[in-house]
Design a protein around this ligand. Structure first.
Ligand code: ATP
Ligand code: MG
Length: 329
């Protein structure tokens, strides 16, 4: 069972990333043979970014993943751009990707609406590069949050179309979306997912936020004008906080509703803030220890890239041969 997933080097990752994705990466290490995790710097350039900041943001994300429990002895952790096979495969797969499919991707629609200066073709091709990331490793399982469901479905279509045209080379991957916490919402706008690029700072809990900051952000989370701590379609903010508390405690949401019956939002938010701060404490502390040693982070990423390349280059040789690209073998 091969596991693959990617995460953007947007620096400090947030509670949604941690609950929806990173938690699963850690768990996958002992099931994956191997489990492969990639910091996708090439995806990060699909929107406006600062080239001087990108290398440091990649280290931030690497340190955060290691602090969360990724262990280079039990998984492959690397930087996407170090393995050139991803970009080559992206182009080859673009030839079996329907333009119309890319056009209906939710992420493209959402992110393109917020681009001011340039709506890049890279943002449009993002799902093809993501398909290349996964298919290059013939991964069976892709741990992601709910927002990536559509992209995983598309990569299955791409793999199927490739195999139908050129022979059975690629593996059809399956998504692994957690049963609880697959879509943590923005604290200030609980109808949108918590997002690195589109949320305001106040709407996000960063994994390394200190306790005081977390308490304050949760306290000022947008709720509704009611007073009952229960889930409901008209109670997006409270429902989100209930889910967060349920995940961090490892219980069902009904249990949280029962516990807070008859108690107000103030009490409830204080409990959520304290619990989240405690939940993230070990990661926050470990992150502080790891982030300073960039030479060590670089060593981990390079070593990971060597191991990743060994796998991806084999797939690329098969793909090229199947497609008739390059000198005949
Ligand atoms: P952006 O919004 O700019 O795409 P992001 O916050 O989604 O950034 P990514 O690095 O793109 O961060 O996502 C990494 C992983 O985290 C993906 O598997 C994604 O599905 C998951 N994820 C992202 N946001 C959430 C969320 N709010 N709740 C649960 N999982 C999430
Ligand atoms: Mg994302």
């Amino acid at each position: 069972m091969r596991i693959f997933s990617g995460i953007q080097p947007t620096g400090r990752k947030h509670l949604g990333n941690y609950i929806g994705a990173i938690r699963q990466y850690v768990e996958g290490q002992d099931r994956g043979a191997p489990a492969i995790y990639c910091i996708v710097d090439l995806h990060a350039i699909s929107v406006q970014y600062d080239p001087r900041a990108l290398p440091g943001l990649t280290y931030d994300t690497a340190a955060m993943l290691l602090a969360s429990g990724l262990d280079p002895a039990r998984c492959i952790l690397f930087r996407q751009s170090d393995v050139r096979e991803h970009t080559e495969l992206c182009w080859l797969l673009a030839s079996v990707t329907a333009h119309g499919d890319l056009n209906r991707m939710h992420q493209f629609k959402e992110k393109s609406a917020t681009q001011r200066e340039l709506l890049s073709a890279a943002l449009f091709l993002y799902p093809v590069l993501m398909a290349a990331d996964v298919l290059a490793y013939k991964a069976h399982e892709v741990p992601v949050g709910d927002d990536q469901r559509q992209h995983v479905e598309l990569m299955r279509d791409i793999a199927a179309r490739f195999n139908a045209a050129y022979g059975e080379v690629l593996v059809m991957p399956e998504h692994r979306i957690p049963a609880a916490g697959a879509r943590i919402m923005d604290l200030q706008d609980p109808t949108s997912k918590m997002s690195t690029t589109s949320s305001e700072e106040r709407g996000l809990v960063f994994v390394d936020d200190d306790e005081k900051t977390i308490l304050k952000k949760v306290k000022s989370a947008v709720t509704d004008s009611g007073a009952e701590v229960r889930r409901g379609p008209d109670k997006a903010g409270v429902s989100n906080l209930i889910d967060v508390l349920a995940v961090t405690r490892g219980v069902g949401p009904e249990e949280i509703e029962r516990e807070f019956e008859g108690r107000g939002y103030g009490d409830f938010k204080a409990a959520v803030g304290a619990e989240v701060a405690e939940y993230l404490r070990p990661v926050r502390e470990r992150y502080g220890e790891l982030r300073g040693d960039e030479a060590e982070l670089e060593r981990v990423l390079r070593d990971g890239a060597d191991r990743a390349r060994a796998i991806a280059s084999e797939t690329l040789a098969e793909v090229r041969a199947a497609m008739g690209i390059g000198a005949p073998s």
